[in-house]
Design a protein around this ligand. Sequence first.
Ligand SMILES: *Cc1c(COP(=O)(O)O)cnc(C)c1O
Length: 398
Amino acid sequence: MRATRPASFAHSISPISLHNYRSTNMKIPFVDLKAQYLSIKSDIDGAIAGVIGETAFIGGHYVSEFEKRFAGLYGVRHVISCANGTDSLYILMKVLGIGAGDEVITVANSWISSSETITQAGARPAFVDVHPEYFSMDESLLESRINPRTRAVIVVHLQGQVCNMDAIGQICARHGLILIEDCAQSHFSEYKGKRVGLFGVAGSFSFYPGKNLGAYGDAGCLITNDDALAEKCRMYANHGALKKHQHQIEGINSRMDAIQAAILSAKLPYILDWTAQRIRNAALYERHLAGIRGICPPKTRPDTKHTWHLYVIRARHRDALKEWLGRQEIETVIHYPTPLPALPAYRYLGHQPSDFPVASALQQEILSLPLYPELTEEMIVRIAAAIRSFYADHAHAL
Ligand SMILES: *Cc1c(COP(=O)(O)O)cnc(C)c1O
């Protein structure tokens, strides 16, 4: 089963004028959720209609079906669905007993969920700088952040780029630390042939619409091969009860909607193809961006499968380039404009930019280009040409 490309938007225009239209006017959005919807419209519409037809809105067989299918495809014993990929981290913190007096280490460049859930559990976040070439956690700096209060490490496979799991796993084992993987941007990424989320006690996933596997609203899950941990997480996410009205503990309400579960199940048959298309598109970018002076395309860590949630280049005159691309109707985003420790929320930790020299320097240079399965080579060529012309014709005047 292969997702077909969305129908051409203007079959009536001759090939030559169509080409001109595309290369001059057509907007290239940063993500195009509509294109993917149109390519599997009948699957999605059928899934939604099924849930409404049964008025089975919360829990029930659509949710357990998705959990079973995702577990089978991913190769893990337990998938515990929840409301979003922030809750999945929070549930893990609580169930693992992380709280007041504890420290949890994570990475300086991520989405705030990776650190705010540490604080929500009552613990204190500690940040490690990012790797200068691979942008995710720099494993060589991890040990220096460990102290007697450190309980756990949350690694983030940012952008789909896998962290050095041999090194990080060894450090956690040596210091008796719990290892948690934030896989919100790295569904199906691999380290030495093994999928992310399977290296520590559990992996946390987001199905936010723009993620590599996205619902049509908020959704998330955690995965684990540990039977006891799985049961505790399932209980905690459902008001502390495995059976209705039998609350063993107090928990939270973090359920996946059945509509989201049905949509995710409908997408599962395509996800490996979509992932392959992302990888193909990253390779096309690498080819078409080659030799442009002024940018540095991303590298993939050896022995890993990078699944390209984001395609992040480093660019000289980044802000001017972003504006230039915007004027050519090419939408780009910065992930993220501020390293976590520099956010107002973490001022109380008293960090200086020099504490995280790589994350602080990257902040001025990083630019995420559009990358999704439905992006065509023609669009990639147009984006590369626009970047090339910026440096050839304009950047010298800056
Ligand atoms: C998206 C994301 C999350 C949070 O997921 P939500 O489903 O939006 O709550 C957590 N960590 C990272 C790295 C993310 O990119």
